[in-house]
Design a protein around this ligand. Sequence first.
Ligand code: 13P
Length: 245
Amino acid sequence: MRRKVAAGNWKMNGVKASLGEVEALKPVVTGGCDVILCPPATLVAAMVQAAEGSGIMVGGQDCHWNESGAHTGDIAAEMLADAGAGAVILGHSERRADHGETDDMVNRKTEAAWRAGLTAIVCVGETEAERDAGTTLDVIGGQLDGSTPDGATGENTIIAYEPVWAIGTGRTPTLEEIAEVHDFLRGKLVARFGSAGEAFRILYGGSVKPTNAAEIFAVSNVDGGLVGGASLKASDFSGIVTAAG
Ligand code: 13P
């Protein structure tokens, strides 16, 4: 049995005053699922403090593949770990689109995350044009193969399927479409890693809300969610955490 995950991606939202949301979330974090919150890097250390004793894991939203050096504006996995993070989102479609991140870069970042002891949350997902062209599984399969190093295990890596056209739009794939992609990803993981491929958690992301979380999390091979907008307020995210267990 894979333990479900409710992961929140705050993206470029949140200041110190937002940490009250973590306080408000604590009562619903009862240990029935893994809860991960990924604030902007400026809030990682403070959120780790705010979340102390709650079981909430704090994560980053990106890291460099190098441990240190002349990379102005970048952040190393070791720095996130030093601030108390336990995970990092890698290869989010916004990073791929806004910063030109390639599968190869995400692959190297994943190795860096492991080196620092972080769980890598590796994101894949097709654009609307790719879905319309019928290439969804090709695109996602290529991203999965290219972005995950051979050392990936269900312990050090979580996969997140986020259709780009469902992010922040209020549109979601049908439950059948979600099942098709998640079953496909599971099949690819098992083909590559053998029975160890069954241990990876595969999260769905894209317009997850308290109102649709339970039905999405019940879909075949959906092991929880990676949530943007609805993770910012404890009043929304608590319903999603409860739906995950
Ligand atoms: P929304 O939940 O706001 O659609 O964002 C999803 C996402 O990109 C999480 O990483």
